[in-house]
Design a protein around this ligand. Structure first.
Ligand code: ADP
Length: 194
């Protein structure tokens, strides 16, 4: 069974993922997959053709900060980058799905699951949600970004209430970490019983 795990920035996805991992569940992390894809030789070549060789270090590896800076300044470049990375990430997830046996739980941790239209890969979807004021505080505390940047990132993502409407399971992460752990444990038991 494939369980998608999603939610906005700093909602607590990684924290929830780590709890499931502690219970022995395998997690496929979309950010990690995307990073690996972008480190492949063919990808580096395509990316540096679009973004310029100055995003590479002396070993020919991509300097992620430089790439990120250019991509976020220019929407067209960002789209070009996505065109290189997304199809390969999608292929990877499809393969993992094909390899999964129905009675084994496999979690797909995908921050932009709905935005990237990847719901169809999942049998069930968990949305992690948090009150927006708390979310802003957690972004600022974790990433050291300004309140304004945190608000901007959040407003560029699909609103939480829309995600909740589409979800099979919702974990509200407004309480303590102990409360979150209890919620995750309960869901883990329910998933195992299916
Ligand atoms: P995401 O993966 O969704 O971006 P994280 O799991 O990294 O979010 O959580 C964002 C930040 O908030 C992290 O610094 C994390 O330790 C913290 N955090 C998550 N849940 C709680 C909670 N219930 N109480 C306090 N801090 C939390």
């Amino acid at each position: 069974m494939i369980v998608g795990l999603t939610g906005g920035i700093a909602s607590g996805k990684s924290t929830v993922s780590n709890l499931f991992r502690k219970y022995g569940i395998e997690i496929v992390d979309a950010d990690k997959v995307a990073k690996e894809v972008s480190e492949k030789k063919e990808s580096i070549e395509k990316i540096s053709n679009i973004f310029g060789k100055d995003i590479l270090d002396s070993d020919g590896k991509i300097v992620r900060e430089k790439l990120r800076e250019k991509a976020f300044k220019n929407r067209e470049l960002l789209q070009e980058l996505n065109k290189i990375i997304h199809p390969q990430v999608m292929e990877y997830f499809k393969r993992k799905k094909e390899e999964n046996s129905k009675d084994e739980i496999l979690i797909f941790d995908i921050p932009l699951l709905y935005e990237a239209k990847m719901e169809y890969l999942c049998d069930k979807i968990i949305v992690v949600g948090v009150d927006v004021q708390k979310q802003i505080r957690r972004v600022v505390a974790r990433d050291g970004s300004s309140k304004e940047l945190a608000k901007k990132i959040i407003s560029n993502q699909m609103p939480l209430d829309e995600k909740i409407k589409k979800a099979d399971i919702v974990i509200m992460n407004d309480g303590t970490l102990d409360e979150l752990e209890e919620k995750v444990m309960k869901i883990y038991r329910e998933l195992k019983e299916r």
